[in-house]
Structure formats: C-alpha cells, structure tokens
Ligand binder design. Sequence first.
Ligand code: ADP
Length: 257
Amino acid sequence: MIQFDHVNKRYPNGYQALKDVNLSIEQGEFVAIIGLSGAGKSTLLRCINRMHHITDGSLKVNGTEIKQLKGKEIRKLRRNIGMIFQSFNLVTRISVMKNVLVAFVPEISWWRKLLGIFREEEKRKALMALDRVAILDKAFVRVDQLSGGQQQRVALARTLAQNPSIILADEPVASLDPITAHQVMDDFKRINEETNMTILINIHHVDLALAYASRVIGIRGGEVVFDGTASEVNDEVLQYIYNGNVEGGGIEHNAKQ
Ligand code: ADP
C-alpha cells in the first residue's frame, strides 16, 4: 500500500511541486496519473522511491514511513520498487540478457560484480522475465538492434527480474508509435493482472490511460484534482484537469481525502 498524507514537495529553489497530496493506493491497483506537463506527475512518482524527498507530510510504502529512511534502507526500498523511464535507461552496446541481469547487481558481492559472474538462478530469472514480455528470442541480441518497443520491454523485463511489489513508470510509452504504445500498455496490464504488482504510470495520452488503468488520478498545479475510475472521466473532468477552466464542476470533491 502507498499512503500519502498531506504531502508537500518544495524544490530547493522554492517551487512547490506537490500541494497537500492525500492518496491511498492499494496493492495490485493499476493507476494512471494524468495532467499537463509540469503538473507534478513525475515528482509524485519519484517521491515514492525516494528519488525525491518530500518536504512535509507523511508518505508510507507498505507501512514504512519512507521520509526517515537512510542509505541501506533506501536501497532496500528501491529493490521493492521498479522504475521504468521514457528513455528506457538501458546499456545499448551490450546484450538484452546482460541488461536484465543488471537487476541483480545490488545484491551480488563485489568480486562477482567485478568478474560479471551471475548465478544460474539469476540467469533463469532473467530469461523468465524476458519470456513474460515475449522477447525471450532476443536475449542474446545487442539492445541497439531492437526497436523502441522492444527496448521498453527489456526495461520492463529488468524490472520484473527484480520482483518488486510496485512498478513506477514515468511516461513509458511517450516515445513509441501508437501501435507499439498499445503493445507495451498491454504488457503492463497483463503483468498487473498476473502478479498483483501495483503499477503507477504517468502518461500524457489520455486515451491510453482510460483504456488500461482502472484508476485515474488527475494532477493540476501540484494538486490532486481528480481521483476516480476511468469510466468517471468525461470531457468536463478532462477540461478541468488540463485547462482548469470549468466553472465549479463538482469534480474536486472526487479527489479522495
Ligand atoms: P510533470 O511530470 O507533470 O511534467 P514534474 O513533476 O516534472 O511535472 O514537474 C513539476 C514542476 O516542478 C514543474 O514546474 C517543474 O519545472 C518543477 N521542477 C521539477 N524538478 C525540479 C527541480 N529539480 N527544481 C525545481 N523545480 C523543479
């Protein structure tokens, strides 16, 4: 469970990117976070794995207040939270398999790291993760020979190999063509259903958010202004999230406190 209570995030330059955020996300939810560029979507995600530090309020992940965590505890938190980026964050000059094996690097001893020796069990897990996203046949191909969609699948496999309970995805399909974007979203959906991993996706394609996510959170100017099911999102809601020019609207009350 991820629990935000009165969370504020102010960057060192004084800019307040999150304003009194209150959210409760249960294990296994598939959540899309939508909003204009600069609304605070990425900040919200990055507070969950402590890439960013909240300024005040409380943020608990599986019951642990993450504000107080230090060094080793932060690494432990991050092992349980996979992160997927728009830019895939892969080492393109090495094989798909080696990229997925990177998931085990924080856990292996310094000498195995130096020699690049991975256990059979780790290799098996890496291959299983590649199979899950249907690119097992590419295991020994260099990443730079793959399409964008295939590269995002490698990134997803690397995250799955880590066996996290939460996956945070920051605009994972933004650089993909529409057909490939649907395929990658299908992967996220299937993994969510098969593994009960919580998935939070920042996405600016509203149609994709509504097609795949069961819950949609709308952010505007650092505030949660909508929190509901995909079927509750109508034109009025979208106008409110994206332009803020709908008078009254009775939408704000839907943001769960
Ligand atoms: P989104 O993901 O919705 O595009 P972000 O979370 O990236 O939005 O950014 C929210 C706001 O915080 C933006 O106005 C952005 O300029 C600002 N911001 C992001 N990172 C920093 C930073 N390191 N320092 C100061 N302001 C930042």
